[in-house]
Design a protein around this ligand. Structure first.
Ligand code: SF4
Length: 445
């Protein structure tokens, strides 16, 4: 269990030397307790104390980095409403070296090209899972070489042929691939490869018990970045394993299972629709890497949006960047609309303006992610603040007119804005977004 600031303070030197950047040891302890600094910032903590504090402050599920900075794990709760889920799972595509080259091409094209912009995030699949299904070194290296040329995605190298695996690592080491997998028969050899190249590794057990023995052994061999594969044979078993592993990590603090997991909808069914449903299940129930047999827009998009929603902090409104958005190619005569940066408001308004086909400037103002009426009642969308934003935004340099359209629900602030922006005319727009297209089509600047 994580220590409190006072408990951590008891283990610090208490000299208040300030070398950690904090005025006192107590202040440093408080920051450590909330995981805002690392214990290594204090040069006077003894090694054994440092190890103890790091262990006590570590999340129950270890954070594992794949590539330079793609993180999974570090989760601390069962349900997102308790706190928040931290790192969304990696959506992976499985490519086997025995598949025809035309399939490689198609899968890599889907991986590279299927991207979706949503509330300021670019959503896409994250990792190419390359499988040496032939067990032939030359065939595997041909696939790895092809993928290295055609995509810059994250990689997982899967082979039971250690010679092939090592050669593939040599070709891909700058991308810091994930290794798949350590099992009872190869654990010493693959652990030494993982250590030599400093790469994360999947531990694959035949069941939960053998999996935890494997991770204990990997830990004892000095491997820290581990991902768990419990080899479920059915969706029911996979679902049970995911929940069991999280319970063991969070409630029992059982370190051998305190790692992110990898799951394979691709291997649990041949039905693409079921595969997408299984993937959705693992987005909600604790998958760290989710391996699909292929990527199709109609299933990938909802999966990525589900992941975005599940891994968004429910205590913070989803907001988009404050700026002037240009829709339908506006010019100096185009109307200007203004609204708040609550993402749902933005998407609805942006969609209606887009549908109107009227070139328009949409000014999005930072109201802390609150919707129009909520931000108005909280004093974050009033005449004074809107006027200040209009001046700061330099929208005047983009248009030859001085008319600005405000949401119909805040018609009451028209006078306030005109008080501040003497040269501007404030137009009250529709209350309902669905009326925006007709309003804009009739609007004259
Ligand atoms: Fe205390 Fe260490 Fe910080 Fe010095 S560096 S103030 S001893 S915590």
């Amino acid at each position: 269990m994580a220590l409190s600031g006072i408990e951590i303070f008891k283990h610090l030197p208490k000299t208040n030397c300030k070398e950690c950047g904090f005025p006192t040891c107590l202040a440093f302890a408080m920051q450590l307790a909330s995981s805002k600094v690392e214990v290594s910032k204090c040069p006077y903590v003894k090694d054994e104390t440092k190890a103890f504090l790091e262990e006590s402050q570590a999340p129950p599920i270890r954070k594992v980095i794949i590539g330079d900075n793609f993180a999974i794990g570090e989760e601390t709760v069962f349900f997102r409403h308790e706190k928040t889920f931290v790192h969304p799972p990696a959506i992976c595509i499985l490519i086997k070296d025995e598949e025809p080259k035309s399939i490689w091409e198609k899968k890599i094209a889907s991986f590279n090209n299927l991207k979706f912009e949503r509330i300021g995030f670019m959503l896409k699949a994250n990792l190419l899972f390359l499988e040496n299904s032939s067990n032939l070194k030359a065939k595997f290296l041909e696939l790895v070489s092809y993928v290295m040329k055609e995509s810059n995605g994250l990689l997982c190298l899967s082979s039971e042929n250690m010679d092939a695996l090592k050669a593939a690592i040599e070709m891909t080491k700058e991308r810091k691939p994930l290794l798949y997998s350590a099992n009872q028969s190869n654990i010493d050899e693959i652990a030494s490869i993982a250590k030599e190249y400093n790469l994360p590794i999947v531990a694959k057990g035949e069941d939960l018990e053998s999996l935890s023995s494997l991770t204990e052994k990997l830990i004892s061999l000095g491997i820290k970045d581990i991902i768990l594969d419990s080899s479920p044979k059915t969706i029911k078993e996979a679902f049970y394993h995911q929940i069991f592993i999280r319970r063991q990590a969070l409630i029992s603090k059982f370190r051998p299972l305190g790692f992110p997991t990898i799951v394979f909808p691709a291997k649990l069914t041949n039905d693409p629709m079921k595969e997408a449903l299984y993937a959705a299940t693992f987005i909600v129930k604790y998958g760290g890497l989710i391996v699909l047999s292929d990527l199709a827009g109609e299933s990938l998009f909802p999966l990525l949006v589900l992941s975005l929603n599940i891994y968004t902090d429910p205590q913070r409104p989803m907001a988009i960047e404050e700026k002037i958005y240009e829709i339908n190619g506006p010019n100096e005569k185009s109307p200007i609309c203004i609204t708040t940066n609550f993402s749902l408001t933005y998407f609805i308004v942006q969609g209606e303006i887009d549908a109107s086909k009227v070139p328009t400037y949409l000014m999005i103002m930072d109201t802390g992610g609150l919707s129009t009426l909520t931000s108005w009642s909280a004093g974050k969308f009033n005449g004074e603040l809107i006027s200040a934003y209009v001046k700061k935004s330099k929208i005047e340099e983009k248009v030859s007119h001085r008319k600005i359209i405000i949401p119909g629900y805040v018609a009451g602030i028209k006078g306030e804005i005109e008080e501040e922006l003497k040269t501007w005319e404030v137009i009250v727009g529709p209350r309902e977004a669905s009326d925006i297209p007709i309003f804009l089509q009739k609007f004259k600047t």
